[in-house]
Write a protein that binds this ligand. Structure first.
Ligand code: F6R
Length: 615
């Protein structure tokens, strides 16, 4: 849950590492650090705070020269965020310096052992223990750095992506991975190291993604050598050509990545169904499903595992799969599923949903499901991510990089792909008529332009936000397909504006939450015309008679709710099963504007990180 960057080559390392760290700040931003080798010595600066704080600290305190360096942006696990706990960490001799993303679970035992041998520790981190363990192995076994790293890693339990170098051998960086991501960018006589490809995409499109239990010795002027950490076997690097471009990861004309990503949804949804949805031919082409269609058609049930926003997309999918394909679905929090001794058989299909493809709980749930014989299908956004690799088959969402910590386009593209799967299975099973199938297919194709219309509510949403920005609480209500959208709306608001918000099925309100309603309470109700509309109207009346403030998301042209609500935000008409793709848009905008008006850091909300690689 931290970002790591490294460089070795012929350019100045400092600007490359700094820029790279800024791009990786979505992974953690409570402290940052850098270590550069200037030809004589290591110059290291680190600080609590953001990469921008590191920039001013390093520019005022160390020499920035050098063509070899490593940098880190942290999301604290062991030890509070402060200067000392920030990475990089030196070994006791000062020879080795390391950056680490992950958790060493048995670090206390190792620390005690090393302390007995005279090692002292200045930080509370597991990482400082690891670099000293490497140093101890190197001295005791009289081996080179690469070998020492390998022996040390065989003694640790946990997860890691590390980069370490030795000031006495400044022509190489040793990297290793287990559980946390690590990519190596391969340039002309230069190498880049990073948690994802965004720090080096402007320099090279060629990358090697390390697999779990692999390490590499990256040496100037040499080919990369990969080894298995466990048994020293040689592994062959698979050089991938990356599709991503720099423009995709810059903010462009937007103030925040979140807003940019909200506005990217029409094209992201289109990119997600492009080549798959063939309306004229009346087919959906998805290699991952086509090749394994029998597994899906014979599935006793589908179990969806995910976390956070991806779990909400899973809930929407539950409605779609059951409604359209008539396949029973269970949606599980990955973190509960993995520890619950769940009943899983080889007749089950598990769908794991994850934007990052790195969420530790989802990854562990997949491993458990596989062990018990289930067929596991991944829906991920990040190409080559751990979940994409761990699943039997899968489909990418093609949303492009999502940098804002709050998921937006990931959610709608996940729903898009899951709708495609449900439709495909429904068709194969003959679960509904051809005309219904064609109607949904062509409506799905219209969704991007309808999302564009929904985005036109932005100025109205901004005005409404002004009125409610100082609220302490907020209630979100929806029914059927829009119940998960209510949950998602509430999550968006709380995570970026720090306003307490709850999502509820509208009918559940009278079983408790109604007691909260008074004239201070904004209630956001999703009341589109085709999902239990009359029932939701009754719920709105119940809120109104308790003086709650009603913000309703309605279908274009609605009159009934307009009479009752304090504010209405219209979205275009669509089929009920596709409404979440539209109703979610004003809710994203509402949380965005409220957070901006409250002065919150929208792209980097406190205590959060984009990729949760710890359980
Ligand atoms: C909320 C949010 C998180 C993620 C969750 C799962 O806006 O982004 O709740 O949805 O951490 O992440 P992925 O989808 O990467 O597995």
């Amino acid at each position: 849950m931290c970002g790591i960057v490294g460089y070795i080559g012929h350019r100045e390392a400092y600007p490359i590492i700094m820029k790279g760290l800024q791009r990786l700040e979505y992974r953690g931003y409570d402290s940052a650090g850098i270590a550069l080798y200037d030809g004589n010595q290591i110059n290291l600066a680190k600080t609590k705070g953001k990469v921008i704080d590191l920039k001013s600290k390093s520019e005022n305190s160390i020499s920035l020269e050098g063509t070899l360096g490593i940098g880190h942006t942290r999301w604290a696990t062991h030890g509070i965020p402060n200067d000392t706990n920030s990475h990089p960490h030196y070994s006791n001799s000062g020879d080795l310096v390391i950056i680490h993303n992950g958790i060493i679970e048995n670090y206390e035992t190792i620390k005690k052992e090393l302390s007995k041998r005279g090692y002292v520790f200045s930080s509370d981190t597991d990482t400082e223990v690891l670099v000293n363990l490497i140093e101890e192995v190197k001295k005791k076994e009289n081996v080179l750095l690469g070998k020492a790293v390998q022996i040390a890693l065989n003694q640790v339990v946990g997860a890691y992506a590390i980069a370490v170098f030795d000031r006495n051998k400044p022509d190489e960086i040793v990297v290793a991975k287990l559980g946390s991501p690590l990519a190596i960018g391969i340039g002309q006589q230069e190498f880049f190291i990073a948690s994802d490809a965004s720090p080096f995409i402007e320099f090279t499109n060629n990358a090697v993604y390390l697999q779990d239990q692999e390490m590499a010795i990256i040496r100037l002027g040499k080919e990369i050598k990969l080894r298995k950490i466990q048994d020293d076997a040689i592994a062959y690097p698979l050089v991938q050509e990356l599709q991503m471009n720099l423009e995709e990861i810059e903010k462009g004309m937007y103030d925040h990545f979140m807003l940019k990503e909200i506005y990217e949804q029409p094209s992201a949804i289109k990119d997600t169904y492009r080549g798959r949805l063939r309306v004229e031919q009346g087919i959906i082409k998805m290699a991952g499903i086509d090749q394994n269609i029998e597994r899906f058609l014979n599935a006793q049930r589908i179990i969806i595992v995910a976390c956070g926003t991806s779990w909400h997309a899973g809930l929407v999918a539950e409605y779609i799969f059951e409604d359209l394909a008539r396949i029973p679905v269970e949606v599980e929090y990955a973190s509960e599923f993995r520890y619950r001794n769940p009943v899983i058989t080889d007749k089950d299909v598990v769908i794991a949903i994850s934007q990052s493809g790195e969420t530790a709980d989802t990854l562990a749930a997949i491993k458990l499901a596989k062990e018990r014989g289930a067929y596991v299908f991944g829906v991920c956004n990040v190409v080559g991510s751990s979940i994409a690799r761990e699943t039997h088959a899968g489909a990418y969402t093609h949303a492009g990089p999502e940098i804002g910590v709050a998921s937006t386009k990931a959610f709608t593209t996940q729903i898009t792909i899951l709708s495609l799967i449900a439709l495909k299975l429904a068709k194969e099973k003959g679960a509904f008529s051809d005309s219904k199938y064609h109607e949904i297919l062509s409506e799905l194709e219209n969704i991007p332009s309808k999302v564009e219309v929904a985005l036109e509510s932005n100025s109205l949403v901004e005005i409404i936000s002004e009125e409610y920005k100082d609220s302490d609480n907020c209630l979100y209500l929806g029914r059927g397909y829009n119940f998960p959208v209510a949950l998602e709306g509430a999550l968006k608001l709380k995570e970026i504006s720090y306003i307490h918000a709850e999502g509820y099925p509208a009918a559940e309100m009278k079983h408790g939450p109604i007691a909260l309603i008074d004239e201070q309470m904004p209630v956001i109700v999703i009341a589109t015309n085709n999902g239990h509309y009359e029932k939701v109207v009754s719920n709105i009346q119940e809120i109104k008679s308790r003086k709650g403030k009603i913000i309703a998301i309605v279908t274009e042209g609605d009159e009934q709710v307009r009479e009752l609500a304090d504010h209405v935000i219209e979205v275009p008409e669509t089929l009920e099963c596709l409404t979440p793709l539209l109703t979610t848009i004003p809710l994203q905008l509402l949380s965005y504007h409220i957070a901006v008006m409250r002065g919150c850091n929208v792209d980097q909300p406190r205590n959060l990180a984009k990729s949760v690689t710890v359980e």
